[in-house]
Each structure stands twice: as C-alpha cells, then as structure tokens.
Write a protein that binds this ligand. Structure first.
Ligand code: NOJ
Length: 517
C-alpha cells in the first residue's frame, strides 16, 4: 500500500544547479531552494524531487556520484540539506532525493579500490571482465584505463562504472550470480545510503535507471525486480513512510517490484511522446496532440495510456511529467495557449504528476553548448527566471559567472511578470492545481473514464463526479450529450451546453459538475 499522501501529491522537480542562487556564486544551492519553498507551495506543489546534489566531479551533472553521503560543496552542506528537509516539512512539502544505484563516478573511493591490480574488499563491487583484451559479451566495456587486468562495464558514460548486482544467468566466469555475497554487498551498500538520508529527514527517492541493476536480465526484469523487492522490505521495516518513484517506464513491472510510482517516459513514438513531443518522430513538424494544427488524435495516447493505467490499478501510480532535465522543454514547440491546454489535461489525470521547474512559466529550450555532460539536454537546464533585472533574478553574480546563461530574449517569461496576471500560464496552472487539491475526483486515485474520443469531436472524459471537455484544434467541435444541469468550475476558452449539444470552441477546455448521468 502506497503512502496516503500520494493521492493528493503534485511534485516539483528541481535541478539544483539552476533553481535559485542564495550566495551569489552563480550556481543554485540548497539554501536557495529553502528560500523558495513558499513559492512552490503557492504554486500548488507539495513534494519535491531534487536531482543529485551529492559530491561529484560533475561529468554527468551529478549522476556521477563520488560520495553518496556528502552534499556537494557547491550546493551547501549536509546540515543545509537537513534544514531544507525540516523547513519543507513545516510547510507540508515532502522531499525526494535522487538515488543513483546503478553506477558511481570513476572517482568514487569504491572504484579507486576496485581498479587496483591487487584484490581487495571492493574488487567485485563493479563489473569487470577477467582480462584487458576480453570482450564483454556484447556489453560496452572500457579497457586500458586501470592497472587492473580487466575491462569494466560502464553504465552510462565512461566515467560511470556499473555497480555489480550480479547477472541473472551468468555465462562467463567473471559474471557473478545475483545472490553472490559480493553482489549482495552492493545491495547492502545502497541500502546504507538510503538509510543515511532517510534517517535525516528525506521522504524517499527517485531511482535512476531503475530497471538496469542485474545484468543479462530477462524481459520481465525478474533479477532487478528481486533486488528492488528486497530494498522495499527493508523500507517497510525501517522507513515504512518512504516513497519511491522509478525511472523505468514499465509500471506493470516496476510497481510490482515495490515502487509507488513509475514515470511515463518520453520514448520515441510512445503514447506520452505522441501526446506532447511528436516532433521527435517527424523531421520538421510537431504533430503532438496539443498542436493546434497538428491534426493528431488523442487515441494514439489513450491506446497505450489506458493499458498502463490498468496495469497500475491498485498497485501504485503512473507519473506524467511536463518534462525533466533530460527532455526538451515543451515550450520548444507549444505556444502559451497550447501549453495551458496541455497542463490542464496533464494535471487532471490520475496518478501522481510532476512539474519540471520553469515549465510553469513556459521557459524556453535554449540552444547551448554542452555543460557537464548535458549535450542536447543542456538547453532545458538553464536558470529559473524569477524577475526582470540582472540574471532574471536567479543570481546576483556577474553574468560571466552564471552556471548557464539565462534566456536573453526580450520576452523571456518570468514569475514576477506572470504572478499577478490572472490569464498567465502560471496563474492558469495554479488554478488547475488548486482545483485538483479541492476535488477528490481529480486526484491520483480517482477514476478516469473516456466518454468521447472520436476524431472530429471534442475529447470528453470523466474524473469521479466531474466531466471534462477538451478541444485542442482550431475548429469548433461538438458532441451530443446528456449532462443535465451543468456548472463549470474551470474554463479555458469557451465551452457551451444547450441541454443536448456540448460545444467546445477552438482551443478550449472545461471542468464541469453535472446533474445528468
Ligand atoms: C538518467 C538521468 O535522468 C540522466 O540525466 C543521467 O544522465 C543518466 N540516467 C545516467 O545516470
């Protein structure tokens, strides 16, 4: 059973480098996050996911951890993190940290030992072949870096050697079974990291590349799932309130492995991408559902989504995201009206939604050279835009000292400019989230039922007692419906009902209470 608070949870993802710089050194920090908790709460978010903020050489923006138990000095200290946990809790905000269980930095002390020629307590902490010239059965391998006669398996970049959780069906002498004492020690080491932060006030973790721990795993990831179930048993005993969200994208597997939530990931051509980022499948055009002229059908999303929803029923939650630190920001192709409709839809779906910092004001994707292993992701990681003025209110540093440049366009969106404008993207999202908190039917557990998804008609769906109608196109659309008396509790654009016909004007959306069936 997942924690009850998840039913009404709305997460806010913070890339700590870029959220708010409290000490003027050009990079965001934990005290900066603490200063902005009221803003986050006022937005309607009651939980945070903070990207890795541990000591690291930052070759992959912190996903290359050098010390799991130490906050990177550029973000502050362990005490700052504890102060952040406490302050967040006082305001009713939960905090999830990012757990990177599959690999460390090649500068982590475990790896510095593991790479030595002489056998030691860490020799099997990572996956190594038996000789420098030996291939790794089709897996990528790195040779020629270490005094040890062997090659290690990178988990992502070369600087991220894979931790050893064993193999499902070992077929080479260097492959350990998943129940080998050395593989079990890796598991225990990660549990130890989790205990460290949970006992200091952390509320749970987002698990990086959660499906990839045990190698040569089968299609159902039974080896990796067993590891997570074991970790969940530890949590149930020692930290029963801890919540876990997986970067996995297959809720049928991940939720049964003990996760409370699984991200619906942005994979080329899948339901999520056809909904929001269809340009990845087409060279020059975005046909995502929310494009006014995209001509796309909601059914491309629904076909997959309804199946995934079925898979999660009673097991945990699917988490839809506006974006994250790995995706191109939605504002890259959706304009403000399209974004409003997209958010109205995303945040009225079941499951536990995640908002990526800056998406609430429609921050743009910037074309930038790579930073800390970001490559094309760098443009989605730029400083939060708080107000007009130097560095858009992110930092008091000199412009050249910024971690990444801010959006320099004259119409760069800011919190200050949108805060008091009732029609802004920020105000629209706030209103939707306020409604979600008020109306049980809109929350994670509430039912979702498709009433009309026929092409050429508005998309109409039910959440609990509420009826929602959406038209993303540039044409007025209508459908006959028996709704009885209707009361609109939220509206974008124009939605009308004459007792028989529900008419949804171009790019419009409404949430209605109805007395009819
Ligand atoms: C997924 C993370 O979201 C991404 O940013 C990172 O580069 C890889 N995992 C490797 O940890």
């Amino acid at each position: 059973m997942s924690a009850k608070w998840l039913n009404d949870a709305v997460f806010y993802e913070i890339y700590p480098q870029s959220f708010y710089d409290s000490n003027g050194d050009g990079i965001g920090d934990l005290n900066g996050i603490r200063e902005k908790l009221d803003y986050i709460r006022g937005l309607g978010c009651n939980a945070l996911w903070i990207n890795p903020c541990y000591d690291s050489p930052f070759k992959d923006a912190g996903y290359d951890v050098r010390d799991y138990k130490r906050i990177a000095p550029r973000y502050g200290t362990n005490e700052d993190m504890i102060r952040l946990f406490d302050a967040a809790h006082e305001k009713g905000i939960r905090v999830l940290l990012d757990l990177v269980p599959g690999h460390t930095s090649d500068e982590h002390p475990w790896f510095l030992e593991s790479r030595k020629a002489r056998r030691n307590a860490y020799s099997d902490r990572y996956i190594w072949t038996n000789g420098w010239l030996e291939g790794a059965q089709g897996m990528p391998f790195i040779s020629g870096e270490c005094e040890r006669d062997g090659a290690y398996i990178p988990s992502f970049f070369k600087c991220q050697p894979a931790l050893n959780y064993g193999f499902l069906n070992p077929s080479e002498p260097w492959q350990l079974p998943a129940n080998h004492p050395a593989a079990l020690k890796t598991r225990e080491a990660i549990k130890d990291v989790m205990r460290f932060w949970l006992s200091r006030g952390c509320d749970g973790f987002r698990a990086d590349m959660a499906e990839s721990l045990v190698k040569n795993d089968d299609a159902d990831r039974s080896g990796t799932s067993a590891v997570w179930r074991d970790i969940r048993r530890m949590l149930d005993l020692e930290f029963p309130d801890a919540v876990m969200v997986s970067e996995w994208g297959r809720p049928r597997l991940s939720l049964r492995a003990g996760f409370d939530m699984d991200f619906y990931l942005n994979w080329r051509g899948n339901g999520y991408s056809t909904l929001l980022r269809d340009y990845e499948n087409h060279e020059n055009a975005d046909y995502s559902y929310f494009k006014k002229d995209g001509g796309s059908s909601i059914n491309r999303f629904l076909d997959e989504y309804l199946r995934m929803l079925e898979d999660t029923r009673g097991q945990g939650y699917l988490s839809l995201i506006t974006g994250n630190h790995d995706t191109i920001r939605l504002r890259h192709t959706l304009d403000e009206t399209e974004l409003k409709l997209a958010y109205a839809f995303l945040f009225t779906l079941p499951g536990v939604p995640f908002l990526y910092y800056g998406d609430e004001i429609g921050m743009r994707y910037l074309n930038l050279p790579t930073k800390e292993g970001g490559y094309t992701r760098t443009g989605s990681r730029t400083p939060m835009q708080w107000s007009q003025g130097p560095n858009l209110g992110f930092s008091t540093c000199e412009k050249e000292d910024l971690y990444l440049p801010v959006d320099e366009s004259a119409d760069a969106p800011t919190v200050a400019a949108q805060e008091n404008d009732p029609d802004s993207l920020l105000s629209t999202l706030r209103a939707v989230l306020a409604l979600r908190h008020r109306e049980k039917g809109l929350q994670a557990d509430g039912i979702f039922q498709v009433i009309c998804s026929e092409p050429g008609k508005p998309f109409v769906y039910r959440r609990g007692e509420l009826i929602l109608a959406l038209n993303t196109t540039g044409e007025a659309l209508s459908v006959s419906a028996k709704l009885g008396e209707i009361q609109r509790i939220f509206q974008l654009g124009i939605v009308q009902y004459d007792g028989h016909l529900l008419s949804v004007m171009p790019q419009s959306f409404a949430i209605m209470k109805c007395t009819g069936p």
